[in-house]
Design a protein around this ligand. Structure first.
Ligand SMILES: Nc1ncnc2c1ncn2[C@@H]1O[C@H](COP(=O)(O)OP(=O)(O)OP(=O)(O)O)[C@@H](O)[C@H]1O
Length: 256
C-alpha cells in the first residue's frame, strides 16, 4: 500500500534548480534510501516533503491527501517525523526532557488545565513521562535519562533524535544522514536499530545516507540524485551495477 507519493516536485532557488521533477513512491513498511553526491538536492527533497519548503512545482500526497501546502507542524501531526543532518537537540535540557517536549504535540489538555495542574493534565503528564521512558529504553538511553543531551557521545545523540521523532507517533520516518559521524561499531548498531524500529513501530522509513554499508544493507529500494535529477531508481543490486551511478557517485563516495 502506498503511503507517500510525490508528483514531479521541483525546487528552484533563484536560478538554481536544486530538485527537478522528483517522483517518489513509498510503500507502507519499506525502507527506502535517497543517495547522491554533496549538494545533489537530497535535503531539499526532505524539506519539500516535510513542509519546510513549498515546492516551486509539483505535489506531495500522504495517504492520498495533498499535504503540499501544509505547515511543518501539521505534517508532523499527520504522521511524518524527521531527524536532521545537523543534530537539533535542546542541548541544555536533559535526555528525558528532549523526548517529553516532542510528546507535547499530542497532549489534549489546554493551557489552563496544564497551569492549574488539573487531573486531566496530570494524568496526561504521567502517561507522557512513561511513554518517554519507554522510548528511551528502546533506543538504549535509559541510564542517561537525566544527563544533559549535549554531554552524550555523537552516536547516542543521534539515537536521542530518533527517540524524539518516535515520540510524535509517526508512521513515516525521514532520517537525514543517521550514520553521519558514527564509528564502524556505532554504524553497525544503527543499521540493526533502524530495522528493529521499522518492525516494532510498523514504520515506513525514507533516509538520506552516505554510508554505503548502511544503504546497501537495509534499503529495499534506492533513489539516486545528481544535480537535482533522479538518475537512477532500483534495488541495491541494480544501483550498485548502474553505470551512471558509478560515474556520478559511487566511485567518488565509496571511499568516503
Ligand atoms: N535555502 C536555500 N537557498 C538557496 N540554495 C539552496 C538552499 N538550500 C539548498 N540550496 C542549494 O540547493 C542545492 C542542493 O542542496 P541540498 O542541501 O538539498 O543537497 P544535499 O544533497 O542534501 O547535500 P549534502 O549531501 O551535502 O547534504 C545546493 O546547491 C544548495 O546550495
Amino acid at each position: 500500500m502506498e503511503i507517500l507519493k510525490t508528483n514531479n516536485i521541483t525546487m528552484q532557488f533563484g536560478g538554481l534548480t536544486a530538485v527537478k521533477d522528483f517522483n517518489l513512491t513509498l510503500n507502507k513498511g519499506e525502507i527506502v534510501a535517497l543517495i547522491g553526491p554533496n549538494g545533489a538536492g537530497k535535503t531539499t527533497a526532505f524539506n519539500m516533503i516535510t513542509g519546510v519548503y513549498k515546492p516551486t512545482k509539483g505535489k506531495v500526497f500522504y495517504k492520498g491527501n495533498d499535504i503540499t501546502q501544509l505547515p511543518p507542524h501539521q505534517i508532523t501531526k499527520s504522521g511524518i517525523a524527521r531527524t536532521f543532518q545537523n543534530i537539533r537537540l535542546f542541548k541544555d535540557l536533559s535526555v528525558l526532557d528532549n523526548v517529553l517536549i516532542a510528546n507535547h504535540l499530542h497532549i489534549k489538555s489546554n493551557v489552563f488545565e496544564a497551569l492549574l495542574r488539573l487531573p486531566k493534565y496530570k494524568n496526561e503528564d504521567r502517561k507522557m513521562i512513561n511513554k518517554s521512558l519507554e522510548l528511551l529504553e528502546i533506543v538504549g538511553l535509559s541510564d542517561e535519562k537525566n544527563e544533559k543531551s549535549s554531554s552524550l557521545p555523537y552516536g547516542k545523540q543521534r539515537r536521542l533524535e530518533i527517540a524524539r521523532a518516535l515520540a510524535t507517533n509517526p508512521e513515516l520516518l525521514l532520517l537525514d544522514e543517521p550514520a553521519a559521524g558514527m564509528n564502524p561499531k556505532e554504524t553497525e548498531d544503527l543499521t540493526r536499530f533502524i530495522k528493529t524500529i521499522r518492525d516494532d513501530f510498523k514504520l515506513t522509513i525514507f533516509m538520506i545516507e552516505h554510508h554505503m554499508q548502511v544503504v546497501m544493507g537495509i534499503s529495499e529500494r534506492i533513489y539516486v540524485f545528481d544535480y537535482g535529477i533522479t538518475i537512477a531508481h532500483g534495488s541495491p543490486k541494480e544501483i550498485q551495477n548502474n553505470q551512471r551511478v558509478i560515474e556520478a557517485y559511487l566511485g567518488v563516495e565509496d571511499n568516503a
